[in-house]
Design a protein around this ligand. Structure first.
Ligand SMILES: [Cu+2]
Length: 175
């Protein structure tokens, strides 16, 4: 009976010891893990501050020659554009402009009917905001937009959706 009790107590002590050992090894891991965490967070902050932010900032910067190109392109909204059978409305219909050369596009209305230069759905935000449905042009009115990134910009006339045009914008190297 006594031996049994002793064995029982000994078992209890042993299992307590093992628990203690487990706790100790968990504690001894906590130090290095905290250190790793601190180093990782530090490295992330350094990367964000000195590598990511300058690169992201550089991406947003528009070259000076794109902002004030020496030339511009004129698109005419020719007389009779309202006529659905007339092939010519936005002339030229699909011109290409080059950033830093003629990326400023001026639409000039020669028609006595009100027309708009309205960006197609899904257009880049800056073009969509400027070329909106409310931008009505009367005869001799102009609408100007400065394109600053390459792409194909499709637009139409809001009241006469058969009037369609595209401005193709390419970079200085032709891309
Ligand atoms: Cu129109």
């Amino acid at each position: 009976m006594l031996d049994f009790k002793k064995a029982y107590i000994m078992n209890g002590v042993r299992s307590n010891l093992m628990k203690q050992r487990g706790r100790n090894s968990a504690l001894s891991l906590a130090g290095p893990l905290t250190l790793v965490l601190i180093v990782a967070v530090g490295a992330t902050i350094v990367f964000y501050q000195f590598v990511y932010l300058p690169l992201a900032g550089a991406g947003e910067q528009i070259p000076e020659e794109f902002l004030s190109p020496p030339g511009s392109l004129q698109v005419l909204i020719v007389e009779g554009s309202i006529n659905i059978d007339q092939q010519e409305n936005f002339v030229p219909q699909e011109p290409t402009v080059t950033l830093g050369v003629d990326n400023s596009v001026v639409w000039l209305s020669q028609d006595s009917v009100l027309h708009t230069v309205t960006a197609d759905p899904g257009s880049p935000e800056d073009f969509a905001d400027a070329a909106s449905r409310s931008n009505f042009l009367d005869i001799d009115d102009t609408f100007t937009f400065l394109f600053t990134s390459p792409g194909e910009y499709k637009y139409h006339c809001e009241p006469h959706p058969w009037m369609r045009g595209t401005i193709i914008v390419v970079g200085p190297a032709g891309e």
